[in-house]
Design a protein around this ligand. Structure first.
Ligand code: ADP
Ligand code: MG
Length: 354
């Protein structure tokens, strides 16, 4: 990684009393100034990871290092880390200024300096005009900004955000994603955000950590995760992907010829291809409708705006999902119709089975 490592998780495991596995030997390096997302299904260990970094949870084994210093045993308030909680956790009886300044007064900062920093933080989140407002009078989006301001006012090295936008409606959520990203770039602070929403993670992060059952499946940039998912789990979690059991037809230099039923195609580099069968991932946009392709029967269509999603069955029953640009379609396709298909060469991924 190009960035200097700020935070390191070293073989961190968390077994809860009763035996539930929160984290299973997680190794993770996070760069200074990075926007990192933890993505995965419910129960995969995202919140536990954040709580271990924040000091709210002690790992059963392993270490947490900040700038090379072991901070595993430090209490939350002794770490240069702040958290934006999922439910905001604002103080309802305090106004905006008091909420945002609370942590600073705990640290014994004088009134003048506290006031200055509170105003700066509120400016950064676009809430300067609400400084005297009661929290109960604010909208959901405004409360989210107060929670953000309250976390950044302490000038943490690392900001932890647990599903920060999940309570907002879709439109506001998208707007806040842009603002979060802008804020992070402006501050240069390392952000670690938990989300179960792949679209959100893809649109906002420098890197994404995909988690499954307390383990890391893959760490990569959004583009690499999308174009080159490493495992069946990641392929199934990021975007839509046809995951096909294929025969290895032929191995050529740097490429592989694979076949799913009657559909033969050139897959990407297959260093991890072994034996006669392969697990191959193909994006719906990489299946092309072409007259010299193999026949398939349309069993359903879904209108997606610029593309039409076709659910197709090849003659042997192999199911395929296809996204066809609507500008390319000479006619609208309907159920029962036969079309001819080809896989865009060199783009299918060989996946590790989980
Ligand atoms: N305090 C706890 N006591 C017992 N089990 C827990 C506790 N917190 C989390 N777990 C378990 O640890 C696993 C990971 O939980 P969590 O990190 O909250 O997942 P996520 O945030 O990804 O949904 C789950 O199986 C969950 O039930
Ligand atoms: Mg959680």
């Amino acid at each position: 990684m190009a960035l200097e490592t700020l935070l390191r998780l070293e073989a961190v495991s968390k077994i809860f009393p009763g035996g539930a596995v929160g984290l299973d030997a997680v190794d993770l390096d996070i760069g200074q100034g990075e926007f990192l997302s933890l993505l995965g299904p419910s129960g995969c260990g995202k919140t536990t990871s954040l709580r271990v970094v924040g000091g709210f949870e002690q790992p059963s084994s392993g270490r947490v290092l900040l700038d090379g210093q072991d901070i595993t045993g430090l209490r939350p308030y002794d770490r240069p880390v702040n958290t934006v909680f999922q439910d905001y956790a604002l103080f309802p009886h305090m106004n905006v200024e008091e909420n945002v300044g609370f942590g600073l007064s705990l640290r014994g900062l004088g009134a003048a300096e506290t006031g200055r920093r509170v105003r700066t933080a509120l400016d950064l989140v676009g809430l300067a005009d609400k400084i005297g407002a009661r929290v109960s009078a604010l909208s959901g989006g405004q409360r989210q900004r107060v929670a953000l301001a309250r976390a950044i006012v302490c000038e943490p090295r690392v900001l932890l955000l647990d599903e920060p936008l999940s309570a907002l409606d879709a439109h506001l959520r998208e707007q806040m994603q842009v603002e979060l990203k802008r804020l992070q770039a402006q501050l240069g602070t390392t952000f670690i955000m938990v989300t179960h929403d792949q679209t959100e993670a893809l649109s906002i992060s420098d890197r994404i950590v995909v988690m499954n059952r307390g383990r890391i499946e893959q760490i990569a940039s959004p583009a690499v995760l999308y174009d080159a998912p490493a495992t069946r789990f990641v392929a199934g979690f990021i975007g839509t992907m046809n995951v096909l059991e294929c025969r290895l037809v032929e191995r050529r230099s740097g490429t592989i010829i694979a076949a799913a039923g009657p559909l033969t195609f050139e897959a990407g580099a297959g260093d991890n291809a072994s034996g006669g069968t392969l697990l191959v991932g193909i994006r719906p946009e990489d299946v092309l409708i072409e007259p010299d392709g193999v026949p398939g029967r349309v069993i359903g269509t879904v209108f997606h705006g610029r593309t039409l999603r076709l659910h197709v069955e090849l003659l042997d029953g192999t199911p395929l999902t296809i996204d066809a640009p609507r500008s390319d379609l000479s006619a609208d396709y309907g159920s029962g119709q036969t079309i001819h298909l080809r896989v865009r060469p060199g783009i299918a991924r060989i996946l590790r089975p989980n």
